[in-house]
Write a protein that binds this ligand. Structure first.
Ligand SMILES: Nc1ncnc2c1ncn2[C@@H]1O[C@H](COP(=O)(O)OP(=O)(O)O)[C@@H](O)[C@H]1O
Ligand SMILES: [Mg+2]
Length: 259
């Protein structure tokens, strides 16, 4: 039987449906704190020469992009010259050449790329365009440290938020924020965004086992939630025994549990 506290957490999570982004309080706090951290330059008594790089690392499907975008939304007011984003791996899995990314970013800054420019010229033009500006640069799916290095502004008032699978050890002075599963409350909240709150509040046992089986992985929860949403009469694996709605659903269910 569920303790009152556990049920209260699950009910609160289900009630928070529709808010979009779920959880990640600890990660957001630690990423924000990283912006203010004294870097190696400051510790050595020098003025920082380049932008701070915040790194969100982890395997695909664990909500790295969602976290980076949420962070960018929350920080946008601090970067009045804009939030620019670029994906550094193609959908086929190949690294995007710096030349292409620099051209795209220059275009979004309203700067024309110098005619006949090579990769170094374009990186330099991007740095010049960012000089004196406060821009947040979100670099998603970074394939290697050299991609970040080539695009890194020489402007301490800009901020780079990078997303990658690994720790990008080639970028100096970076402390990766490694993402794992969502906590139970956030994971149930995300599931409820798809199933609606009723199925969760009347069957919290099943909701908790589902999020545990998914290890709180957002991509898995989105898939399971979508699957359940498409089957409104399907019962969950371990229905809440006291719920009249679940008893009705059990009586009408003809299919296997939603596992
Ligand atoms: N904290 C979250 N709150 C709500 N939805 C999330 C959260 N994290 C991830 N998602 C959703 O889960 C799916 C996978 O997340 P995504 O950020 O694309 O993973 P990754 O970038 O690590 O591959 C997306 O549909 C995304 O919207
Ligand atoms: Mg992603």
């Amino acid at each position: 039987m569920w303790s009152g506290a556990t049920r209260a957490v699950l009910f609160a999570a289900a009630a928070s449906v529709g808010r979009g982004f779920a959880g990640r309080r600890r990660e957001l706090l630690s990423l924000r704190a990283d912006i203010e951290r004294a870097g190696l330059d400051t510790l050595a008594g020098r003025k920082a020469a380049r932008s701070r790089v915040l790194l969100i690392a982890g395997r695909p499907g664990w909500g790295r992009t969602a976290l980076a975008e949420e962070l960018a939304r929350r920080l946008a007011d601090d970067y009045p010259d804009g939030v620019l984003s670029a994906r550094l791996t193609t959908s086929a899995g190949a690294p995007v050449p710096t030349e292409r990314t620099a051209r795209e970013l220059l275009g979004r800054l309203g700067v024309s790329a110098p005619p006949g420019a090579d990769e170094d010229d374009l990186s330099e033009a991007l740095r010049a365009a960012l000089d004196g500006k406060r821009v947040l640069l979100l670099l998603d799916d970074v394939a290697g440290a050299e991609q970040v290095d080539a695009l890194l502004p020489d402007e301490p008032d800009c901020l780079v938020v990078a997303v990658s699978r690994g720790p990008l050890t080639g970028v100096p002075d970076v402390r990766p924020c490694t993402v794992g599963g969502l906590d139970v409350s956030a994971a149930v909240g995300l599931l409820a965004q798809y199933t609606g709150p009723t199925r969760i509040t009347c069957d919290p046992v099943a909701a908790q086992s589902l999020v545990e089986e998914c290890a709180g992985q957002p991509a898995a929860l989105v898939l399971v939630g979508g699957w359940l949403a498409a089957r409104p009469r399907r019962r969950s694996p371990t229905p809440w025994p006291g719920c009249a709605n679940c008893r009705r659903t059990r009586a009408t269910s003809t299919t296997a549990p939603a596992r």
